[in-house]
Design a protein around this ligand. Sequence first.
Ligand code: ATP
Length: 318
Amino acid sequence: MIKEAEFAIEVELLTKRYGKYLAVNNISFKVRKGEVFALLGPNGAGKTTTVEIIETIRRPTSGQVRLLGMDVTRKKHAIVSCIGVLPQGFSSFDRITVRETMQYYSRLFGSRHVDIDGLIALVNLTDKAKEQYATLSGGLKQRLGIAIALVNDPEVVFLDEPTTGLDPRARREVWDVILGLKKKGKTVFLTTHYMEEAELLADTVTIISKGATIAMGSPDQLIENNADYLVLTLQSVEARALEIIARMGFRPDQNTNDQTILVRVAHTDDIRKILNAIQDGGASFLSMDVRKPNLEHVFLKLTGEALHQGAAGEKGAP
Ligand code: ATP
């Protein structure tokens, strides 16, 4: 009797070299069936390389990778029929309608009996079914891409940066679709640049940097394990407040777009000292808030890098 794999994906000591360049260095992680798993890392961390090895597109240099218990280097055909993939920068035929696109990909994947209208409804594109691909907004195109990834009714769905470049509303609509996939019992493997996306959607997060794993756990666990500081945010602050805070030995981050200053402090007492010093120095600010770190801060702390440009200063980041 074949023992059903407990994990959807098992990656053990995976290494990938491109010539002499070490893109992925001995990383290990497991993805449980039915969970949303997020792989996070700065540009060039090795995310796409890792995902494409699991998808059987690239070969590992060394290590073991199994999908639903199958070795990705030996069971390529079987694996491809169990997975759906939304690649980074997905695109389709400009002049073909949403429904025609779905019909075409169903034929391409040899998937008969596909409930095309059901899939179109799942990604909330029913009222766009007769529209051509070129006329769709970025968010609608991505949702079509997700529907295409589902034509073979895959058990595991890979979404490589599904919301990059989308506006906040379109991003939220894609998140709803991803939560819908989870409800249907799919395992979702997500790579993303957006921390709030991982925090909201993922059951498990793995952070990689320079090809190596640096943290793993649920978003709550990662925050709890790293919540040894507070973030003070001052809004509409005068420039000289920055100097005052820096002279006190703190390292304030300034977002020049909205004149916001973020300061990481160890104790609430530090906040009192900073506010007093700003007042004594005759500088002013409009408002302030104090928060525990979120995943964005954890990521910055662990990697020393912003996940994407402007991350630290993004609205709502603290
Ligand atoms: P991004 O967030 O920018 O997509 P990533 O984390 O997905 O980055 P990868 O695309 O896996 O990173 O790339 C990891 C490193 O390997 C990068 O330095 C990249 O330039 C390099 N690399 C990727 N593919 C190849 C290739 N085919 N040949 C040589 N080097 C490569």
